[in-house]
Design a protein around this ligand. Structure first.
Ligand code: ZN
Length: 444
C-alpha cells in the first residue's frame, strides 16, 4: 500500500488546516482519546481558537498536528491503550515555538479535523477524527442481497445507550456519569436479547465514545431496526425529582414541562459530544406515508405503556403516563421507538440505586419483558413476503423500474443503471440496504 492510500487527510477548511484570527499564545490544557469501532477521536482542550496544520508522512506512518503559537500548560503525554489505530502520541515544541503532536499509526486512516466553539460543558476544542479507511469489500458485503427463504427473519432490536465519550450526560452528586450507567444497562439488555431465539440485538455504541444523534438514527436504519430503545438516566434542576419514565416522539407540543426540558437536554448532546455540524446534517429525508408513520407511533405508545408497567414493578415512576416530547433521536418514523429514562441521576437516592449491578439488571429485565411481548404481537414477516407498502407503492409508480436479481446490491444496481446510490434512494424512499429478490426499484 503506498503512503497516499495509507493516510488520507481531509481538512475542514483549507485542505490542510484552519486559520483563525487569534493573536498571541493559545494554551493547551488537555488531550483526550476516544477509540470507537470505526474511528478514534482526539480532542485537544484550548483556551481559544488556534491556527493549525495537519500533515502526513511515512516511515514510520504518522500524522502530525502542528499548532502555531500554542503551548501546553500541563503534561500532555497521552497513553494509548486498546486502540487499533494509534500506537503512540508524542508531543514536542519546535524551535519556532509551534507545538507539535505526532500520532504514530497502526493502520491506514482518514484524518478529519475541526474546531468547536465553547459551550456549557467545554471551552474551545480542536477535534481530530482518525477514521478507518473504507474497505470496498466490506461495503459491498453490507449491501448484499439476503438469500430468499420462507423462514421468519429475526426481529432487530436496536439498543441506544445515550451520550458517551465527550458527552458524559447528567452527572450525579457522587460523580456517577449517565453515560456509564446507561451503557451497563444496555449491555445487560443486549445479552438477554441475544439469548432469545428470533431476536437480534444491535448496539448503537459498545464503548465510551460519542455517536451523533443523526448517526444513531442512521445506524438504526442501516441495521433495519424493528424497534429502537434509547436508554438514559438524566438529571433535573431539582434534586427531588425522581422516578423512571418513558418518552415517545411528539410531532407537536411536549406533554409536560419536564418532557420539554429533558428533550432540550438530550437534543444538545451533539454540541457537547462534538459534532462537525457541516458534515453531520440531521435531515433524514423520509417520505414515509402518513399511515405507516401513524402505525409506528401507535406501536411506540403501546410498547411505552408496557415498559412503564414493568418499571412500576421495580421502582418509582415519574408520572403514570408515557410522556411525549420532540427528541431528535426518536425522529425516524419508519420503526417504533422510545426513550427510557431509568431514573434521575441528580436524585441522591436514585443515583445510589442506578450505580448498582442489581438495579441495572432489574432495569434490563423490565425492558426485556416488554421486548418479548412486542415480539409476540408484532412478529417479523417471513423473508419471501414482500411488504405490502412496497408492493402498493410500486403499483402506483409503475413507470420504469428495475427488478432486483440474485446477487444484486445497491452499488451493483447503481453501476448497471448508471444512477448514483443517492439518487436511487431518492427515487425509492424507505429503501433498505438489504434488497429482496424480485423487488422493483424506480430508476426514473
Ligand atoms: Zn440522557
Amino acid at each position: 500500500m503506498d503512503r497516499r492510500s495509507f493516510i488520507q487527510l481531509v481538512g475542514s477548511a483549507p485542505l490542510l488546516g484552519t486559520i483563525s484570527t487569534a493573536v498571541g499564545v493559545t494554551s493547551i490544557y488537555g488531550i483526550r482519546l476516544w477509540p470507537a469501532p470505526d474511528h478514534t477521536r482526539v480532542v485537544l482542550d484550548l483556551d481559544g481558537q488556534v491556527e493549525y496544520k495537519l500533515a502526513s508522512s511515512g516511515k514510520p506512518e504518522k500524522i502530525t498536528l502542528r499548532l502555531s503559537g500554542a503551548q501546553p500548560i500541563l503534561a500532555l503525554d497521552a497513553p494509548v491503550e486498546n486502540d487499533s489505530r494509534l500506537k503512540s502520541v508524542k508531543t514536542t515544541v519546535a524551535s519556532n515555538g509551534d507545538f507539535i503532536v505526532e500520532f504514530m499509526l497502526l493502520r491506514g486512516v482518514e484524518a478529519r479535523s475541526f474546531q468547536l466553539q465553547p459551550n456549557e460543558s467545554y471551552g474551545h476544542r480542536l477535534v481530530l477524527d482518525l477514521y478507518n479507511l473504507k474497505q470496498e469489500s466490506q461495503e459491498s458485503q453490507a449491501l448484499t442481497v439476503k438469500p430468499q427463504s420462507g423462514s421468519r427473519r429475526d426481529l432487530t432490536i436496536v439498543i441506544d445507550a445515550g451520550h458517551g465519550g465527550e458527552d458524559p450526560g447528567a452527572v450525579g452528586r457522587r460523580g456517577s456519569k449517565e453515560k456509564h450507567i446507561v451503557l451497563a444497562v444496555a449491555k445487560r439488555l443486549e445479552k438477554m436479547i441475544k439469548q432469545e431465539p428470533g431476536l437480534r440485538a444491535v448496539m448503537i455504541r459498545k464503548g465510551d465514545y460519542y455517536v451523533s444523534l443523526g448517526g444513531r438514527v442512521r445506524k438504526a436504519r442501516k441495521s433495519e431496526a424493528d424497534l429502537f430503545i434509547s436508554i438514559h438516566a438524566d438529571g433535573f434542576k431539582k434534586s427531588s425529582a425522581h422516578g423512571a419514565s418513558v418518552f415517545i416522539l411528539s410531532q407537536k407540543r411536549a406533554s409536560s414541562e419536564m418532557a420539554r426540558w429533558l428533550a432540550r437536554q438530550e437534543n444538545r448532546a451533539d454540541r457537547i459530544g462534538g459534532v462537525d455540524s457541516r458534515r453531520d446534517k440531521n435531515g433524514f429525508g423520509y417520505a414515509l406515508r402518513d399511515m405507516e408513520r401513524a402505525a409506528n407511533a401507535k406501536i411506540s405508545l403501546e410498547l411505552g405503556e408496557l415498559v412503564l408497567n414493568q418499571l412500576r414493578k421495580i421502582g418509582d415512576l415519574h408520572g403514570n403516563q408515557v410522556h411525549k416530547a420532540s427528541f431528535a433521536v426518536l425522529k425516524a418514523p419508519d420503526f417504533p421507538s422510545m426513550l427510557v429514562e431509568t431514573g434521575f441521576i441528580t436524585n441522591p437516592r436514585e443515583e445510589n440505586k442506578l450505580r448498582t449491578a442489581a438495579y441495572q439488571q432489574k432495569l434490563a429485565e423490565a425492558m426485556m419483558r416488554s421486548v418479548k411481548v412486542f415480539a409476540q404481537r408484532y412478529p417479523a414477516p417471513t423473508n419471501h413476503t414482500p411488504t405490502t407498502s412496497t408492493t402498493q407503492s410500486m403499483k402506483r409508480v409503475a413507470k420504469r423500474y428495475y427488478k432486483v436479481k440474485q446477487g444484486d446490491s445497491l452499488s451493483k444496481i447503481s453501476r448497471t443503471t448508471n444512477i448514483t446510490i443517492k439518487h436511487l434512494r431518492k427515487l425509492n424512499p424507505g429503501i433498505k440496504d438489504a434488497l429482496k429478490i424480485g423487488q422493483k426499484l424506480r430508476v426514473q
